[in-house]
Design a protein around this ligand. Structure first.
Ligand code: 5GP
Ligand code: MN
Length: 346
């Protein structure tokens, strides 16, 4: 953490603020962005949240959702670019490297605004004037809560802000199940519930608003698209474009699917390969004793947390899963012995 005083000074006078987050925002990305936006608006700033893409329908209940600009929406893009160019401050929430902004990257990098980065991912790149960052935090929403308290504005956290922040902490801890569910997580969520966050309503919105298409898709994926490599303690899903079309897949419909593979007894590494227009998107998950972030960084242009990482591949879906199977075999001892990965040589 650095420059807290300069940050506090900066937000003590009205600013034109753009808040952004990573491509395909999840609950932590959107919750931290809207939680921060709602707080900064209360402080008298002009604030717009611009996301690099759309995000799942089950996040649309958050306060401020209706004013979010989706950069991929061509009708909205000129206004988004204008807001970025004129911003005096830009908040980058829940990502540690600007590649995750995709098409927004160049616009943000060109800006002369004061850049704030609030995040909990490993190995942050140095692109901000003020970084509020800790890998010990389970969620960026946890850091937003702590920053507001550190500024001395705890009383400005209202029910709407508390609900945005609660959502991110709940999902990034896998519903308070992952090893990152610390005492601090419970203390903060207790505070958020005390402020008025309706925890049961939020989990219903996020976990229990499936469409029948989505449920059928999950059933199909488990019966037809799950590959189990028992000897390698690894299981993965490979979902092609046709599968997505057949089940009328919406943004967010594949979220959480990878966890079914990890839930298998004896499986320690799980992956989900999803064929998209621009390549194969990959999610990696692992049990506590196995790290997948270096594997994702070394071989699949990605990274993330020890037990939850992501990446991509420009190969075909089949070539990608073949590459994955080969690499799991080759790296078996390293992965399961927690040794350092040797970087791929090409
Ligand atoms: P998910 O599988 O839910 O898309 O992503 C899980 C985690 O992996 C995210 O919280 C993020 O930390 C990381 N992640 C996902 N995609 C990427 C990527 O393309 N690059 C990097 N560096 N991290 C990613
Ligand atoms: Mn997060």
């Amino acid at each position: 953490m650095r420059e807290l005083e300069s940050f506090k000074y900066k937000i003590s006078s009205p600013q034109k603020i753009v808040i952004t987050t990573h491509h395909k925002p999840d609950a932590d990305a959107l919750g931290s962005s809207l939680g921060m936006a709602n707080y900064l608006k209360k402080k008298g700033h002009k604030v717009t949240v611009i996301t690099p893409s759309d995000y799942p329908y089950f996040l649309h209940w958050m306060k401020g959702n209706d004013e979010v600009i989706n950069f991929e929406d061509k009708n909205q893009q000129p206004r988004a670019i204008d807001l970025i160019q004129n911003a005096t401050m830009i908040f980058c929430m829940d990502f540690s490297c600007t590649n995750r902004l995709q098409d927004m990257k160049d616009h943000i990098e060109k800006s002369n605004a004061y850049i704030v980065n609030i995040d909990h991912h490993q190995d942050p790149k140095d692109f901000s004037d003020f970084r509020y960052w800790s890998t010990k935090a389970a969620a960026t929403c946890e850091l937003v809560y702590e920053l507001i308290v550190e500024i001395g504005d705890k009383e400005l956290i209202d029910k709407d802000i508390a609900e945005c922040l609660y959502a991110g902490i709940m999902t990034d801890t896998g519903g308070f199940r992952h090893p990152n569910t610390t005492k601090n997580v419970h203390l903060i969520t207790a505070e958020l519930i005390g402020i008025g966050a309706d925890n049961s309503r939020i989990s219903r919105f996020i976990y229990d608003t499936n469409s029948i298409d989505r449920l059928k898709f999950i059933g199909f994926a488990i019966t037809r698209r799950l590959v189990i490599m028992e000897d390698l303690k690894t299981a993965y899903f490979a979902i092609n474009k046709k599968d997505l079309r057949k089940y009328n897949s919406q943004t967010g419909d594949t979220e959480g699917l990878v966890n079914y593979a990890l839930s298998l007894d004896g499986i320690k590494i799980a992956a989900l390969f999803t064929e998209r227009e621009d390549g194969v998107k990959i999610s990696f998950r692992s049990t506590e004793d196995v790290a997948v972030n270096k594997f994702a960084a070394s071989y699949f242009e990605g990274g993330g947390h020890k037990n939850a990482s992501g990446g991509k591949s420009r190969l075909s879906l089949q070539e990608t899963t073949e590459k994955f199977e080969k690499l799991i075999k080759e790296n078996y001892n390293i992965l399961f012995n927690q040794a350092e990965l040797i970087h791929e040589k090409n």
